[in-house]
Design a protein around this ligand. Structure first.
Ligand code: NAP
Length: 314
């Protein structure tokens, strides 16, 4: 449920990109009285018009530098691969003392892309909300998307503590729990919790599509037997996910190597009829699911809590 703070935490917030994540920030910050003014920027006139129709901001522009000028907090909400271009555009315009952040699903690459183009007198505090859905664009945003989800901040060493606290307060105000990590640790953790699972989903849905002997209509008709839950993940935004794999290459390949070794071990258990081995593994994995539910990161309802439309993601 929304609540109002006594005075807005932030005077002017600029959102560079207004898709699922940017528009969810706009909706959450507005509903909770966290900001006085929201400036919305996006690259296409169509998306900007839609953001305006939805009333997501107070001011709208196609020019990132124009949006960043005079903003107290600037958040880049674009695909990871567009981070450098955004930093180049806003760098010369952003005012001294402002906070520049992002929401990218990969952190080392974003730091490498953005930091060199930002002036020394701004506070760079990269962030990643672990919340999302398989939908994109300004219509897809939800005011409660971040409630009880984690937001990981990866401030470079020596970042002003007050700036980190201010950005943490914004995310907490939107309902998130904040955690601080190094960018490389973030990328390793997310490789196994999000990036490899998405790759597996993309792969299994792709494999089913290529199967000649099982027709596509059978795959769809009997999808409730497991396949269906992979298709939801495999419906995630192609641009966003292309960029994640290209920009978190090392951590994904490392985790994928371990995954392949474990898959080979499973193959062997099936081949040699090692039922105890299979049973042990499936018992341990079931406990992980129970732990996720116990920590409020999913509901015990069947179909992965689909009724809310939201999923911990990316
Ligand atoms: P989205 O709904 O597709 O929106 C993307 C926004 O970025 C749009 O405003 C789009 O502008 C703009 N954009 C796209 N390509 C661009 C480019 N090359 N240069 C400049 N702007 C560009 O995406 P999203 O789901 O909000 O994702 C945004 C970021 O959040 C990504 O970095 C993603 O990794 C991260 N993230 C996503 C999720 C998730 O589940 N979706 C979760 C956590 C974090 P136009 O529409 O005007 O072209």
């Amino acid at each position: 449920m929304a609540f109002m703070t006594a005075a807005p935490l932030i005077d002017r917030l600029a959102l560079i990109g207004i898709g699922l994540i940017g528009s969810s920030i706009a909706r959450a910050a507005r509903a909770r009285g966290l900001v006085r003014e929201i400036v919305v920027q996006t690259r296409s006139p169509e998306t900007l018009k839609r953001a305006e129709e939805l009333g997501l901001g107070d001011r709208y522009t196609l020019d990132a530098a124009d949006a960043a000028r005079d903003a107290d907090v600037v958040i880049a909400c674009v695909p990871v691969g567009a981070s450098e271009a955004v930093a180049r555009a806003i760098g010369p315009a952003v005012k001294p003392g402002a906070i520049v952040s992002d929401v990218g699903s990969v952190k080392m690459s974003v730091v490498r892309q953005m930091a060199p183009h930002l002036p020394e007198n701004v506070h760079f505090v990269p962030a990643h909300p672990i919340a999302g859905t398989e939908y994109s664009g300004p219509d897809a945003g939800l005011p409660d998307l971040y409630v009880n989800r984690w937001c990981i901040l990866t401030p470079p060493e020596g970042t002003d503590a007050a700036a980190v606290d201010r950005l943490s307060a914004l995310w907490q105000g939107m309902g998130a729990n904040v955690e601080i990590m190094t960018p490389d640790h973030h990328d390793l953790v997310l490789a196994i919790t999000s990036h490899v699972p998405h790759l597996i989903a993309y792969n299994i849905v792709g494999t089913a599509q290529h199967l000649g002997e099982v027709t596509n209509s059978e795959v769809i008709r009997y999808s409730a037997s497991g396949f269906r839950d992979f298709t939801r993940i495999a419906a995630s935004d192609p641009t966003m996910w292309r960029d994640i794999f290209l920009h978190n290459k090392d951590a994904v390949l490392e985790m994928l190597g371990r995954f392949s070794e474990d898959l080979t071990a499973l193959q062997r258990m099936i081949r040699y009829g090692d039922g105890d081995g299979l049973f042990d593994l499936f018992t341990r994995t079931r406990a992980i699911r129970r732990g996720i539910i116990a920590q409020g990161q999913d509901t015990p309802a069947a179909d992965f809590g689909r009724q809310t439309g939201a999923k911990p993601d990316a």
